[in-house]
Design a binder for this molecule. Structure first.
Ligand SMILES: [Zn+2]
Length: 176
């Protein structure tokens, strides 16, 4: 397994809409290896999610996992999930604002409104259909990764930039 280089804000790959993955391509050894590398990279940098374009591959693949994460303490666990060609549908108009960070926007945090409840339809890494409802922080992580696959970063979703905060100042003034 390899730790992949993470693209930072400004790299054009982060602003492209990623390409749909065909079932044949998904089954290939290179894409399966790539998914393993994405998971290893997410864990290495204590991310709770990672989208393929964040590691320079314009494909509709995202991975997520929340398990006693030092960057996001006190958040509920989310099992390791691979989402291929995901579709996200809000199940409520209700949005909630909370802090987000991003491996492609290092050292910053900001408050981002997200839908509290969403339906997620996707393939898993073997190409099997998955369909589930995600709420709260789980829904937030998926919306963040889904945005990456569509060329967006969390800064685009902030109502304004007044809460944009360096991590050190976040810990000092804002962490609850
Ligand atoms: Zn991100």
């Amino acid at each position: 397994m390899s730790i992949l280089k993470v693209a930072r804000l400004g790299h054009p790959v982060l602003r492209q809409v990623t390409e749909t993955v065909t079932s044949q391509k998904l089954q290939s050894q290179s894409v399966q290896q790539f998914i393993d590398d994405m998971i290893a990279t997410m864990k290495e940098y204590d991310g709770v999610g990672l989208a393929a374009d964040q590691v320079h591959e314009s494909m509709q693949i995202a991975v997520l996992e929340v398990a006693s994460n030092p960057r996001y303490p006190n958040k509920p666990d989310v099992p390791l999930t691979v989402l291929v060609n995901p579709k996200v549908t809000p199940l409520t108009e209700e949005m909630e604002e909370d802090w987000e960070g991003c491996l492609s926007v290092p050292d910053l945090r900001g408050r981002v409104p997200r839908y509290k409840s969403i339906r997620v339809e996707a393939w898993d890494r073997s190409g099997k259909s998955i369909d589930f409802v995600a709420n709260d922080f789980h829904a937030r992580v998926i919306q963040h990764e889904f945005d990456h696959l569509n060329g967006k970063v969390y800064l685009d979703r902030m109502r304004d930039l007044s809460t944009l905060t360096f991590l050190t100042e976040y810990v000092r003034y804002w962490m609850r």
